[in-house]
Design a protein around this ligand. Structure first.
Ligand code: C5P
Length: 310
């Protein structure tokens, strides 16, 4: 007969991807303090992992390990804690959870790492607490926490409008091979947007990037490379001039296209195929233009349950 101490604590495990923006068209600052966007997200194969275990009612905590976690507060300001708390508040306060997050997505890297953890916490807690929430509702909660949270739940490739939280999935044929160049330290998203406002007070055009969408639908990496666009790149490079060197080296070494990822400072290079990505990541490593280099492919699924042990 098993003793009480051997009864397993209900545990949920979730894996959640990073995103890059293949297009990030930014309009002028609105009265709500946000910028209207037309963006094309792609989820890539760089994942954080979150484990959620039932805890005393009302107790919501997080522990973090891995990439850059010294810089993230593990208190009530943590986005994953806020996600769990929001869900608990909306569904009755008697829930508790112990979250632990293993980070691989760089902190403040322009890859929606914090949003990914919030998305993972929403999904994990909704299952752990057996809540009656559908994916659309979960994305609505996500939008309250951060503009990129709904996409971390959805995954794949999608157009985002509004703050980037209103999503429509788009067809993307085949796999795209990317090399990510991580920089030393992060960049603050609000600071990059503020610099954008100084450099482009009237904002950019919010037109749909049709050529880019056609390239995605055809699975044509060469065309895709020509149409990557990020309106925040100038501001990010202005705040971190070394990013231009990283971009130039990657393009000189045969990348099909290069862009700052989101608000930076990660740089994403599009490669013709996996072999080209291997060669480029080696060269970038040798040239020393990045803190670390990582090969990823996209698109991949959004936040997904891996195991559930009740
Ligand atoms: O939504 P999220 O919390 O991720 O946004 C972080 C900051 O980025 C906002 O406070 C705002 O300064 C800026 N932002 C913006 N326009 C957007 C998304 C984010 O100005 N569409």
């Amino acid at each position: 007969m098993s003793s009480l101490s051997e009864i397993p604590t209900p545990t949920i495990r979730v894996r959640v991807p990073a995103k890059i923006n293949l297009a990030l068209c930014v309009g002028a600052l609105g009265e709500d303090g946000y910028h209207p966007l037309t963006t094309v997200f792609q989820a890539v194969s760089l994942h954080d992992e979150l484990i959620a275990q039932v805890d005393e009612p009302g107790t919501i905590t997080v522990a973090m390990s891995g990439e850059g976690t010294d810089e993230v507060a593990a208190d009530d300001s943590n986005l994953a804690v806020r996600a769990a708390r929001l869900l608990a508040e909306q569904h009755g306060d008697e829930f508790g959870v112990r979250l632990s997050i293993k980070k691989s997505i760089p902190v403040a890297g322009g890859m929606a790492g914090g949003s990914a953890d919030a998305a993972a916490a929403l999904l994990a807690c909704s299952v752990l607490w057996d809540l009656d929430v559908d994916p659309e509702e979960l994305r609505e909660y996500g939008a309250e926490l951060g503009s990129d949270v709904p996409f971390a739940l959805l995954g794949g490739t999608a157009i985002g409008t509004g703050r980037g939280d209103k999503l429509v999935p788009v067809l993307s044929r085949g796999a795209h091979h990317w090399v990510l160049a991580f920089a030393d330290g992060g960049l603050s998203t609000p600071a990059v947007y503020r610099r954008f406002d100084e450099l482009s007070p009237r904002g950019g055009s919010l037109e749909m990037p049709t050529e880019l969408l056609n390239a995605l639908a055809q699975g044509d990496s060469v065309e895709l490379g020509k149409h990557l666009r990020n309106d925040l790149a100038e501001a990010a490079i202005d705040l971190r001039p070394s990013l231009q060197t990283t971009i130039d080296v990657g393009l000189d070494c045969g990348a099909l296209g290069a862009m700052v990822s989101g608000s930076g400072p990660t740089v994403a290079f599009l490669c013709r195929n996996e072999e080209a990505a291997v060669a480029l990541s080696t060269t970038l490593g040798v040239e020393g233009v990045a803190r670390a280099v990582r090969r990823v492919a996209g698109p991949v699924a959004g936040a997904r349950l891996i195991t559930s042990c009740a």
